[in-house]
Design a protein around this ligand. Structure first.
Ligand code: PEP
Length: 251
């Protein structure tokens, strides 16, 4: 049986004090009502140390939103997987569509990031998803197949089993337009078929696949109830403690 996971991607939001307030508010909500799902908070790099101190209370894990494809050295502005490992960070979002789009992260770079993460015991939350023109041209399966294959299928079975996949149709991210539950279920099933072909049915059954894209407290339950949907990667709605807690409760 796969567990449910809810990860909050704060992106580039909140000042330090606001970030700390959000975490404290979340902790009091988790104290009032515990949730069954595993919760991962992904704040900006600058708040990771503060957030990982709060994670000691046991309500959530902490993930980074990005890592360097390089191990160490003269790469100004970069943060390496080994640095995150030394701070007890457990997860890392890799291949988010905003990084693919605004920072030109291509398949080759993402492969290097996945390798760095696994080398340093970080669980990659590997994002895939098609843009609107690709869905309209009925190329969504082809696009996701390429992203999954190039980003992950070089891994051996043991390494692959450590990865979480997030299906995030780009047209649903931050737009208020959610994939229909049927569209999410269809793509999750397709990704599991790809994994079956490469690693076998048992590994495919055990792989965690999250949905992301305008998920909120109102639509989470229906999406999370879809077969093959193991929880969500939540952007905007993770910036409000009550809304995020409500989403976590529904997973
Ligand atoms: C995301 O950025 O991963 C995301 C799903 O954003 P939103 O929930 O705001 O659409």
């Amino acid at each position: 049986m796969r567990k449910k996971i809810v990860a909050g991607n704060w992106k580039m939001n909140k000042g330090f004090q606001e970030a700390e307030e959000l975490i404290e508010e979340l902790i009091s909500l988790f104290e009032e009502q515990e949730v069954k799902s595993e919760v991962i908070l992904c704040p900006p790099f600058t708040y990771l140390e503060m957030a990982s101190d709060y994670a000691q209370e046991g309500y959530f894990h902490i993930g980074a939103q990005n890592i360097s494809p390089f191990p160490a050295g003269a790469y100004t502005g970069e943060v390496s997987a080994s640095m995150l490992e030394s701070m007890d960070i457990t997860h890392c979002i890799i291949g988010h569509s905003e990084r693919r789009k605004y920072f030109n992260e291509d398949d080759k770079m993402l492969t290097a990031k996945v390798n760095q993460a696994l080398m340093h015991k970080l669980v990659p939350i590997f994002c895939v998803g098609e843009a609107l023109p690709e869905r309209e041209a009925e190329k969504h399966f082809e696009v996701v197949r390429r992203q999954v294959r190039h980003g992950l299928f070089h891994l051996d079975t043991n390494e692959f089993q450590k990865v979480i996949i997030a299906y995030e149709p780009v047209w649903a991210i931050g737009t208020g337009v959610t994939a229909t539950p049927a569209q999410a279920a269809e793509m999750h099933a397709y990704i599991r078929t790809l994994i079956t072909e490469r690693y076998g049915a048992e590994v495919a059954e055990a792989t965690m696949i999250l949905y992301g894209g305008s998920c909120n407290a109102k639509n989470a339950a229906e999406i999370f109830a879809q077969p093959g949907v193991d929880g969500g990667l939540i952007g905007g709605a993770s910036l409000d403690a009550e809304e995020f807690h409500s989403i976590c409760k529904q997973a």
